[in-house]
Design a binder for this molecule. Structure first.
Ligand SMILES: Cc1ncc(COP(=O)(O)O)c(C=O)c1O
Length: 387
């Protein structure tokens, strides 16, 4: 039985929502339906709002410590949802996953070192590497005939040299929504371990595996994986509070954890704000029914997009994601140039999506559609594209 109303439309304009109030700067016009930034149009669930409100009612917002039971709430969630028995001592608060990635780059690599990414992939990885004076090495995913990607291990072996110190894995993968299987992750771990390469596993989308898929934490696939990995997670995508800063790291290897967490502490990046951890505790203790309903709603939205493309948008194929609320639209059948594709979406359809080239040149010809929204909004957006 449905308890939550995902159909309700909420006006976010003027709330300083990046997705709405940054349109002019990003797209050169503000009259667009925003289907881009990866947050959702749904109300953050009531049990989180209530927990926040309770703290808000106390009028002093001074320095804080983490709520009692914070680490065990995370550990319980990770074990019950992903089968990974995590010791609470392995967990640290971090102020956002991208900041966590940048922290690892600064703490565990040196200027000039090479860092591997597998495009098309979440673009802040590349920005964090370049902006911190390291070199990007690309191991592009291999496109398969049935609308999906695989990792290319022969190519990975060929791009690795002695300067490669780190690989950043998106697991599940953004933008294509891939839930990596155990064999793939194990092979990746074996190669990286053999070459002395650490792995960041960004698992921020892991609680949104769809269609009965099971997320596999990278660190669990082998002894090698556990030795070389730093895992990042957060409830912020799943429970829609990305504007509150609350993420966590899990490192099971003692020596690696000691190095990284000493650095985090020295920079006070393990220090929380008041509200993020409260929201995290509420999400991980009360959030399961909401998460289940959300997943069912997202799956229906994805089916809606697939049907719509088949019926009305020849030239656009929706690749079915295995996780999360982002759909990788293959628009190459339209035969448009990059500029032509942007013009179609922005100036003619009045839609703001992330264009695929943002995620690496392998993403050219694709658009990333955010379906974390009421179905009526999704239907309007697709109609705008059809007209
Ligand atoms: C793969 C991935 N990692 C990280 C983030 C951002 O995480 P945070 O806001 O905690 O930095 C996103 C947001 O879209 C994402 O898709």
């Amino acid at each position: 039985m449905a308890n939550y109303d995902f159909n309700r439309r909420i006006d976010r304009k003027g709330t300083r929502a990046f997705k709405y109030d940054f349109l002019q700067q990003r797209y050169g016009r503000s009259d667009l339906t925003p289907m881009w930034v990866a947050d959702m149009e749904f109300e953050t669930p009531d049990f989180i709002l209530e927990a926040l409100q309770k703290r808000l009612d106390h009028p002093v917002y001074g320095y804080t410590v983490l709520p009692k039971g914070y680490f065990s709430a995370i550990a319980r969630w990770v074990e019950s949802h992903h089968g990974w028995p995590v010791d609470t001592a392995w967990i640290s608060f971090i102020p956002g996953v991208v900041r966590g990635v940048a922290s690892v780059i600064n703490c565990l690599t040196a200027p000039g070192d090479k860092i591997i990414i597998q495009p098309p992939v979440y673009h802040p990885f590349k920005n964090a590497i370049i902006g911190n004076g390291r070199q990007v090495v690309c191991n592009p995913l291999r496109e398969m005939p049935d609308h999906r990607y695989e990792m290319d291990f022969d190519q990975l072996e060929s791009v690795i040299d002695g300067d490669c110190k780190l690989l950043i894995l998106s697991n599940p993968h953004n933008p294509a929504g891939i839930v990596w299987d155990a064999a793939t992750l194990r092979r990746l771990a074996e190669i990286c371990h053999r070459h002395g390469i650490l792995v960041i596993s960004d698992e921020i989308h892991c609680d949104l595996a769809l269609w009965g898929n099971r997320h596999i934490p990278f660190a669990t696939v082998s002894k090698e994986a556990a030795e070389i990995s730093i895992t990042f997670g957060a409830p912020t995508k799943t429970f829609n509070f990305a504007g509150l800063v609350s993420s966590f790291a899990i490192v099971s290897d003692d020596a690696l954890r000691q190095r990284f967490y000493t650095w985090l502490a020295a920079n006070e990046y393990n220090e929380p704000d008041i509200f993020g951890p409260i929201a995290t505790m509420a999400a991980f203790t009360e959030g399961e029914p909401w998460r289940r309903e959300l997943i069912a709603y997202i799956e229906d939205n994805i089916r809606y997009v697939e049907d719509y493309c088949r019926k009305h948008l020849p030239g656009i194929t929706a690749w079915r994601p295995q996780a999360s609320f982002l759909v990788w639209l293959d628009c190459r059948g339209l035969g448009l140039s990059h500029a032509g594709l942007i013009d179609l979406f922005v100036n003619r359809a009045r839609l703001a999506l992330n264009d695929g080239a943002m995620f690496g040149r392998e993403g050219s010809g694709f658009m990333r559609l955010n379906v974390g929204c009421p179905r009526s909004l999704l239907a309007e957006a697709l109609d705008q594209l059809h007209q």
